[in-house]
Design a protein around this ligand. Sequence first.
Ligand SMILES: [Zn+2]
Length: 323
Amino acid sequence: MVYLLMSYTHIEMSRKKVSDEIQAEVIFKSNRECVVCDTHKRGDHIHHIDGDNSNNEFENLAFLCFDCHSEATMQRSLKKKLTPKAIIKFRDHKYQVIATERKNSLKTFNSPINGLSTEDLLRISTNAIIIIEIEKLKEEYFSADWAGRSNIISKLQKFSDHTDFRVAVDVYKFLTHAADLTRGGMTSDIAGSIFSLVIDFFPYSENKEDSDKTIELAKQCSNIAFSLVYDAIIYLKNYEIVMFGLSILKFIYLRGKRQKIQQLVDRVNETYREIEQTLLRPEMDDLGDALQLINEFRTHIDETNLSFPPISDNLMKLLYSSR
Ligand SMILES: [Zn+2]
């Protein structure tokens, strides 16, 4: 009897929650943007299109911003524009646009292969093997629970000696997926690993021709930072994770200054703007500490080291309590 009861509860629980893998896929395919708004606005809610919260099929889900989600779930609105049919149409279009954008951005990393030296060939083969290993680790990561994930993600570290632009693309794709799931229960340990991995895999090139690639990678890193910061504030109240996310932004900013690539600096400023904009949530009255922390980081962004900025006693207390 006890057994029956337990297994019943288990089924009920697993029915309610969208699986981590599906959540990550929904958010990734939308590029963490609202699929309805046409303005690259960041999304927040995984919406159940048919209104049935236990129907967690990928096809029944769409990532929406706060406003669109309210609109879609409004019960009695005469001018309700966001019908399930409309959302599906918006979503499928969005997935297509994002997929095309990604395919095009990958072209940035394509270099022609004529006149290969043995050394080149060896490097390319090594890359291929590493990319396969990364893919394996990614699968392993998503099928583990949060306790097991910390160990798995840190295994990426061993490839960092071989990093180049192409390897970095795949590492950051993994990290993007991982960060997209922050709301599901990210730990400070994993966030710390994500921060180190972002830094260790970011290639350094003096070559002017590589700046497009650098900009593209910085874009991915800012997305990772955004996911960590936003989810950790709204869903986890874990300020240590917020600090790791903000430190990623600082890293990109300093790299932009050092390499004189203004687009990196602009990207970080844009991400700060997005964070501040998405945190304008009148229904949440406990965002003051988070906004203060963000402000501290932004104020000290020009200091050329990656240690955390000085923070108030109150924030320090919060930081320890969120551990
Ligand atoms: Zn929207």
